[in-house]
Design a protein around this ligand. Sequence first.
Ligand code: ADP
Ligand code: MG
Length: 714
Amino acid sequence: RKVTGEQVRKALNGDINPFTKQRHTPQYRKILEARKKLPVYAQMDEFLKIFSENQVIVVVGETGSGKTTQIPQFVVYSDLPHTKGKLVACTQPRRVAAMSVAKRVADEMDIQLGRHVGYSIRFEDMTEPGTTFLKYMTDGMLLREAMKDPSLERYSTIILDEAHERTVATDVLMGLLKGVAKRRSDLKIIVMSATLDALKFQNYFSLRSGVSTPLFKVPGRTYPVEVIYTQEPEPDYVEAAIRTVLMIHRAEEEGDVLVFLTGEKEIEDACRKIRLDAEDLINQDSESVGPLVCIPLYSSLPPQQQQRIFDAPPAARSTGGPRGRKVVVSTNIAETSLTIDRIVYVVDPGFSKQKGYIPRIRAESLLVSRISKASAQQRAGRAGRTRPGKCFRLYTEKDFMSEMEEQTCPEILASNLTITVLELVKLGIKDLVRFDYVDAPAPEALTRAIELLYYLGALDNGNLTALGATMAEFPIDPQLSKLLIVSPEFKCSNEMLTITAMMSVPNVWFRPYDQKQQADAAKALLTLPDGDHLTLLNVYNQYKRNIHDKNWTWTHFLSHRALQQAGNVRAQLQRTMERFNIDLLSLSDEKELYTNIRQTLVCGFFMQVAHKGEKGNYLTVKDNQIVVLHPSCGLKPQPKWVLFNEFVLTTGPFIRTVSEVKPEWLLEYAGGYFDISTFPKGETKRALQRIINKKASKSSARVDSGKDDRKAKK
Ligand code: ADP
Ligand code: MG
């Protein structure tokens, strides 16, 4: 029995909420009227038809046309997952989007968030088993569920949203779901995308050769956007963006502004300058310049503050006075994931932070780079949602034509694949090279990942070991899960749990631009000299000790939210440890404890060790890359051997989160990797050789003295 659009509309317009059996609230009616205006809503009948007649469909439509909020609801009405004990999943590449959209849809359906509609992101599950039938989740979470249940039996329909973002998890899910769809004829799959590279997904999903996956196209109801380029390249895009915002505020008609910048610090600084300059402008000419609010948007912002982007612009100061304007300064989140209504002006400097990975030296980068033409087109599109708009591109037309790539590079081509490879092996995929990727990663990236997993003991002859299977149960990097698993042997699992949790949350330190010295002094008070890992432990313990002092985090320039999150992560990792009977141990002797913690670190991060050479600079072992301690590093003085968490190429080849280690530990706890015969000639090899020689002469000396003892006894 097919559900028709007429039936769905009748249910939506009814007095009683079919899911809660309660009377609809006035808010519901109000939102429903807004929903009816979305382009997707007008297409409901066509959608229900194509959905009921096909197993896999691709949906494309302009950002803001209602795909993410409406399509999953249509699917629920058609599929009725709750009547068969199943769920509908809708994946999002970004945590923020999963949370924000779930909240919106819960409001739209007149349901409390976390009941029939919920979300699931790493370290946070907002669903009710048995009740939730529509779940927004990050793509990474669905991939983890697939590891436990490769056929994803719980789901009747899976919607992969924002597929154009091409995250590693979404790409891998596409490969998996293609296989699952062949096994499970009852599973439906929808791939949703904002840009017009739909053909790629259609071709990819054509299950039988020659039969193309149907495309459901939501006609965009957008207004023309006038694109304005700069005549000359801008030397400083942040300054140019600020200047453009103020120019718009002074000279352009009413309408809100969306500015794209690249990261938290840049955005906060720009917001501050825009506010100050706008105030000046108003003071000079309050007759014709209206009030302005400037709102930042980036992923580490607390959810209540993220919600502010949906606020109305400020009212005019007096009746008939100049109108107010809202300016949102955002990262790429606002490009396609979140839609802000009433944007008329877009300021696009043409940059975003993009991931990179160099497998040869295992270095990751997050560099401010030029966006693609497809991205630029998306950004411009944000200006034409409610009426004709303008997009100010802070680059020349020539640069647009000749310097920008057509499409953004899929993440799988620019990522460290260690965790992905572990997940794929856990999923039973033996031939990693011939997996059905949408775009296949570089063979070297796969080889490097396999090599690391092999040295960690997770793989053996291409098979998952028992250790590897346990590692895969933790939703964290395999190097980190290895630390948790071996830490009881070093009697420091309690502490390792804390350190791992602290490494899994955003930076806990604040460093406001006008209080850098105070912030650095506060940090110095909590810093331990032997390494940043111990400092992280110390910060968390002090935070717990002062938990009742509301001002403690504030006065120490620490983020309360990040520390709270570390507490949640810790609790969740602890549950996984308990499930695998990994004991939680501690040592009372602090000195011994701190040594053991650093020894444990070697068991996971042995590939990330650097040695101070004769010229005084650090070289990574085996790869011999020159690296520099990141300015945030608290080590004093600079030791000969260090272990690091991250090798990031930003303004230089920095290593971050660093601790001192002893070369003997490398040989003892990571002998497989520190097999001296596999080392390239160089300073590091010579240094290691000296340690080995010293050890050998020491132990032969001990043997000799033993002989003497025996002699003496005789
Ligand atoms: P798409 O996925 O096609 O980009 P969405 O379904 O995300 O579109 O958004 C459709 C519309 O829903 C938006 O234009 C906006 O009007 C509204 N909307 C979405 N989220 C919110 C929210 N959190 N608050 C208010 N309105 C929202
Ligand atoms: Mg969307």
